[in-house]
Write a protein that binds this ligand. Structure first.
Ligand SMILES: Cc1ncc(COP(=O)(O)O)c(C=O)c1O
Length: 412
């Protein structure tokens, strides 16, 4: 232990809490007799429904075609084969109505890696990044890791005292200094499930442009939108904008590690050379399979249907989950508009979200995620219905246990 680096010590002190819950889950599985009943896992953001069949067919096609098979085994260029970059142009156009150029596309190994590369490409040591609070829990650790713990993270509060989503642009402006290099926005949001509207995104874009900083839009949940779709999902890339698109959620392939970035042409070379050092190249097999699909209109039609059906199922589940949680007195539920999370305020019962999280796990065997982990947003909990999307009895039983927990807990 004594010989490890300072940054390794820091990472050990601050492990990813969702990954830690996975360890706990393994403990439940290994020693079920230690616990009164099976744990209902509503913590992680991993959709458990199947990927579209067209993926399996295309994969088999590649395996059975000697030329494609060989290509799928070779190193690709660091930013991906030209074919996948061009096929992504088609995918963006057909599925989201966005017009982009293939030289703005960088194929990658999952958005976790690619966001790390973006941070390296636009932020220097001792500079600043603005993130939302609440916000996706891994950005903070990623930024600290990439910049050796020498980066200042400023939080922009996007939920007000009344528990409403209300991002205030003046507050954002006040956070910006001449050291600020990047603003990260997730829409639909994780954990709060809000689809940011065009007006707010345009104001942030204008402000970022005025100040000469980049805005990173993380669209991990764009295929799960339950309200009118905002324009920015289909607009061409702006000059100071970086868009992160992971295929983990939309294609239900988190284990394949596939994603792409849309970046202004002048950033491509920076990210390419950084990724040469970080990953060398993304996975070729996945690129070849996805190229088969993305440049074929019929296959894209299947994908479109898959997204439409999926969004309907997720929307109904989100609505019912939020309704059931609203039956618990004195909780404040943020109505989800997209994604697969329901974020709710428990502060009238318990301000310490980790305490409530622990009590729910150990006394009621329901695993949620505590607000404190989402950029220090205390007094809230996040429920993820993705792990039980196809096994919804577990979800309703989980909510029944949550109700029981709050019934027994006194209001403070
Ligand atoms: C907002 C957001 N961005 C990025 C990721 C990571 O995605 P990937 O599987 O592409 O690394 C997640 C995963 O949950 C996420 O919620």
């Amino acid at each position: 232990m004594s010989n490890i680096s300072d940054i390794a010590k820091y990472m050990i002190e601050k492990p990813s809490s969702i990954r830690e819950i996975m360890n706990l889950m393994a403990e439940f599985k290994k020693n079920p007799e230690k616990f009164p009943r099976p744990l209902i896992y509503l913590a992680g953001g991993w959709p458990q429904d199947k990927p579209p069949e067209v993926l399996r067919r295309s994969l088999l096609n590649v395996l059975n075609d000697t030329k494609k098979w060989i290509k799928s085994a070779q190193y690709s260029p660091t930013i991906g084969y030209p074919e996948i970059r061009e096929a992504i142009v088609e995918y963006e156009k057909e599925i989201f109505g966005r017009k982009i150029d293939s030289n703005q596309v960088i194929f990658g190994l999952g958005s976790t890696d690619q966001i790390g590369a973006v941070i390296n490409a636009v932020v220097d040591l001792n500079e600043e990044i603005i993130m939302t609070a609440p916000g996706y829990l891994n950005y903070y650790r990623q930024a600290q890791f990439e910049l050796k713990n020498k980066v200042k993270i400023k939080y922009w509060q996007i939920i007000d005292e009344e528990g409403s989503f209300s991002p205030n642009i003046d507050n954002l402006r006040n956070l910006i200094s001449d050291k600020t290099k990047l603003i990260i926005i997730t829409t639909p949001g994780n954990p709060e499930g809000i689809v940011w509207d065009d007006e707010t995104i345009n104001k942030i874009r204008d402000l970022a442009e005025e100040k000469g900083i980049y805005i990173l839009l993380d669209l991990a949940y764009r295929a799960f939108i339950y309200r009118e779709k905002p324009q920015y999902l289909s607009e061409p890339l702006k000059e100071n904008e970086i868009i992160s698109c992971t295929l983990s959620k939309e294609l239900r392939i988190p284990g394949w590690r596939a994603s792409y970035l849309l970046v202004p042409a002048d950033l491509v070379r920076a990210i390419e050379t950084i990724e040469q050092a970080r990953i060398l190249a993304p996975v070729s097999l996945i690129q070849v399979v996805l190229t088969e699909i993305f440049r074929d209109k019929e296959k894209l039609t299947e994908i479109k249907k898959f997204y439409k059906d999926g969004a309907r199922l997720y929307a109904t589940t989100a609505k019912k989950t939020a309704e059931l949680l609203s039956e618990i007195p004195n909780l404040r539920i943020l109505e989800p508009q997209g994604g697969f999370y329901v974020f709710f305020d428990i502060s009238q019962y318990e301000k310490n979200s980790k305490k409530a999280w622990q009590e729910l796990i150990y006394k009621y065997q329901v695993a949620l995620a505590p607000g404190i982990d989402f950029n220090n947003f205390e007094g809230w909990l996040r429920l993820s219905f993705a792990p039980v999307i196809e096994d919804q009895d577990k979800l309703w039983e989980g909510i029944r246990r949550i109700k029981e927990y709050f019934q027994r807990k006194k209001i403070k």
